[in-house]
Structure formats: structure tokens, C-alpha cells
Design a protein around this ligand. Structure first.
Ligand SMILES: [Zn+2]
Length: 139
């Protein structure tokens, strides 16, 4: 384990507490998807640790819930991980605010979603997983 991995692991608990409501929902989905046979990976996106479930979210290709990301394809992992940045701003208000935006504007037009798209195009970080062979492929 590298020193950066240790620092990231120590960062996981406060991060999970800061995003507790959505992380708990994410962990419930982890249990459900793991029981259905989905693969799980410990990954990192910049300084942030993630538990990645290689399976779609409920009625969507991917979803970011605190330190948990469900993604049907590695191609959407950077976008899903970028949701954590806005999740850090909103903390425990993330789910109510996102839900309200979703109801008012729909998924693609929600300000939160548009900000996440903007962030995912500009953040210099790449995601990587502890498991060999789970890295993003170079383009
Ligand atoms: Zn999104």
C-alpha cells in the first residue's frame, strides 16, 4: 500500500460522515447489487476514495451516492465521481436538493447535473482502482 493510499483511506471515514445520508443509501445498493453478483472495487478519484459497484444504478446507467458509485460502464466513472465534488458542497442536503432539481428540471437540465458535467470535463483527476486491470484505458 502506497502512502497516498493510506492518506486516502484515513480520509474515507470523515468523507463518509460528511456525505452520510447518500453514503448509507449507496451502501444499501452495494448490498443489493453484490447479492446479485456485481463486482466491487476500491477506487480513487484524485484525493477521494470510492467503493465502485460495476452495475447500473436503479433505473439509470450510473449513480453517485457519497463514497459509493454504481456504474454500468467504466466510461461514466469520471462523471459519477465528479458528483462527489458537488456532494461535498451540499453535504447532507445533497439528496433533497438533487431530488428537487430533478423534479423541477429533469435529469439533463438540472443545475447540479450541468455543474457536474462541467466539472468532469475540467477536473484533472483520473480514477484508478486497487485491482489490477480495472484502470481506465488510455485513449
Ligand atoms: Zn450525473
Amino acid at each position: 500500500m502506497r502512502p497516498s493510499d493510506l492518506a486516502r483511506a484515513a480520509f474515507a471515514l470523515p468523507l463518509a460522515l460528511w456525505t452520510l445520508p447518500q453514503t448509507l443509501v449507496g451502501l444499501a445498493l452495494v448490498v443489493l447489487r453484490a447479492a446479485q453478483g456485481a463486482k466491487l472495487d476500491l477506487c480513487a478519484f484524485g484525493p477521494f476514495p470510492f467503493l465502485v459497484v460495476h452495475a447500473p444504478g436503479p433505473r439509470c446507467a450510473g449513480i453517485s451516492l457519497g463514497v459509493v458509485v454504481l456504474a454500468s460502464s467504466p466510461s461514466i466513472l469520471k462523471h459519477e465521481c465528479s458528483h462527489l465534488v458537488t456532494g461535498l458542497w451540499l453535504s447532507w442536503l445533497y439528496l433533497p436538493v438533487y431530488g428537487l432539481e430533478y423534479l423541477c428540471f429533469g435529469h439533463d437540465r438540472s443545475p447540479h447535473e450541468r455543474l457536474t458535467c462541467w466539472l468532469s470535463e475540467r477536473l484533472p483527476w483520473r480514477w484508478r482502482c486497487a485491482r489490477v486491470g480495472c484502470e481506465p484505458r488510455p485513449r
